[in-house]
Design a protein around this ligand. Structure first.
Ligand SMILES: [Zn+2]
Length: 449
């Protein structure tokens, strides 16, 4: 068991621990000399801690869709906190409560979304993402049939800097929606303020290159919040939203109402903006004639993942050409599907069965990135494009990357081939949808000319 102490309580222990002086790298921030520990001091430590087992509760609300009740847009935020959780997660919970209030008001006015909205308040996030993981596993089969996407908000606000993450197929939706809102502090479009925030963050990390539409949305998605089961295990496209800022009180007893009220978001303008943003994205997904996935952007992004994997490494033992060519095919198929969709929508003649078929097909794409065997050593992580390092940090092409990092070329070749097959499967799927859009079956069952 580990027990975090304040520095004030830790100081007398560290002062008296004795033994040899610790190496320079291990010297900490208190004005004392740090030692490794000896036999000189005896401590009587009394810890008062509640170790009893408690149930978790996931609270779930649904608005049944008027036209496509079996297509679900899922949203979620966790409710448990380390201590008071002013920012993490109660800022997110406040935004979610306000969002659900708004959706309820629309419903009372007779405005019901076309697809079903599922809104979840997770328990046990801080203890191994437990609530969302159990729920995602329990409804895994149904989710794989019905889920359009999952939109996660953990903390909604600890400052004014917008951070938006998404799998690349949903990045254009996120960018587009950001143009329609105003940053409360500067009055600029949220898109502009977001770009400026990402530019500052990149400058701090000394990263080269400008911020463009291609790299504005963070498509490097690790773990550490409730989206994990939906992306890595169930195979759902995910979006994550957050307003970030100087947040020194994270996971401490000072992360409370006072802090958020005085420092985090005085006036609650960013909380409100989060409710609006979250709701508009969800309703765009719930009401679109054709789901707004951009698979050519996804293809380009996967191409970048492969470039990064190969960068600065001797790849002579692994031929990436077949993989790159499969990515190019998928990207092209995505572009063609997009063009066919635009044309169909412009014609104003989208037949209901065709609409259903194209949307179900588009939902299947993310599922096709799953390998039922999982990544080597971690069978639960089934997604081939996204994984996480053991630290929660993002890890793209997880199985392939880990094999290359270990110079395990046999595994690397197997994993590259699995990925190529998944790309090929999705390319065929997109091509089928394109041809259905261009030559929809006539009511007589034959092909229209
Ligand atoms: Zn949290």
């Amino acid at each position: 068991m580990a027990l975090p102490l304040s520095w004030n309580d830790a100081k007398p222990l560290l002062e008296h621990i004795g033994g040899p002086v610790a190496p320079k790298d291990w010297q900490g921030g208190l004005p004392i000399s740090y030692h490794l520990g000896g036999n000189d001091a005896q401590v009587h430590l009394k810890i008062d801690m509640d170790n009893s087992i408690k149930p978790y509760y996931v609270v779930e609300a649904r608005i049944r869709g008027s036209e496509f009740p079996d297509q679900w847009v899922v949203m979620g935020n966790h409710r448990d906190a380390w201590v008071f959780g002013g920012v993490d997660p109660s800022s997110g919970t406040a935004s979610m409560m306000e969002l659900t209030r708004g959706l309820g008001q629309l419903l009372r006015q007779g405005i019901r979304p076309r697809r079903t909205l599922v809104i979840c308040s997770w328990d046990g996030e801080e203890v191994g993402l437990t609530g969302s993981t159990e729920w995602g596993e329990q409804f895994q089969d149904e989710l794989r049939q019905k889920a359009v996407a999952y939109i996660n908000v953990d903390s909604s606000t600890s400052g004014p800097n917008f951070e938006g993450s998404a799998v690349a197929s949903l990045a254009p939706l996120l960018r587009e929606v950001s143009h329609g809102f105003q940053d409360p502090a500067s009055g600029r479009p949220l898109y502009e303020a977001w770009k400026a925030a990402v530019e500052r963050a990149r400058a701090e990390r000394k990263e080269a290159g400008p911020v463009t539409d291609a790299n504005l949305v963070d498509t490097r998605i690790g773990s550490g919040s409730d989206h994990t089961v939906f992306l890595n295990h169930v195979g759902m496209p995910v979006i994550g939203l957050d307003f970030d800022g100087p947040y020194g009180v994270y996971h401490s007893m000072y992360d409370d109402f006072y802090w958020i009220n005085h420092f985090g978001d005085p006036g609650y303008r960013y909380h409100t903006l989060m409710s609006q943003l979250w709701g508009v994205i969800a309703l765009r997904l719930a009401n679109a004639d054709l789901l707004p996935f951009d698979f050519s952007e996804y293809g380009n992004n996967i191409g970048q993942f492969v470039d990064e994997l190969a960068k600065g490494k001797d790849m002579s033992r692994l031929d990436l050409a077949p993989l790159r060519s499969a990515i190019a095919d998928f990207t092209k198929a995505g572009r063609e599907l997009d063009a066919a969709e635009q044309e169909k929508l412009a014609s104003g003649k989208l037949e209901p069965t065709l609409q259903q078929q194209v949307n179900q097909g588009a939902m299947q794409v993310e599922r096709n990135w799953l390998n039922p065997q999982g990544i080597p050593g971690r069978p639960w992580f089934e997604h081939m494009l996204y994984g996480a390092r053991y630290t929660y940090a993002h890890l793209e092409l997880p199985a392939l990357t880990e094999a290359v990092d270990k110079s395990d070329w046999t595994t690397a070749r197997q994993q590259a081939e699995l990925l190529r097959q998944a790309l090929e499967k999705n390319t065929h799927l997109l091509q089928e949808l394109t041809s259905e859009l261009q030559n929809p079956p006539t009511s007589a069952g034959g092909r229209a000319q």
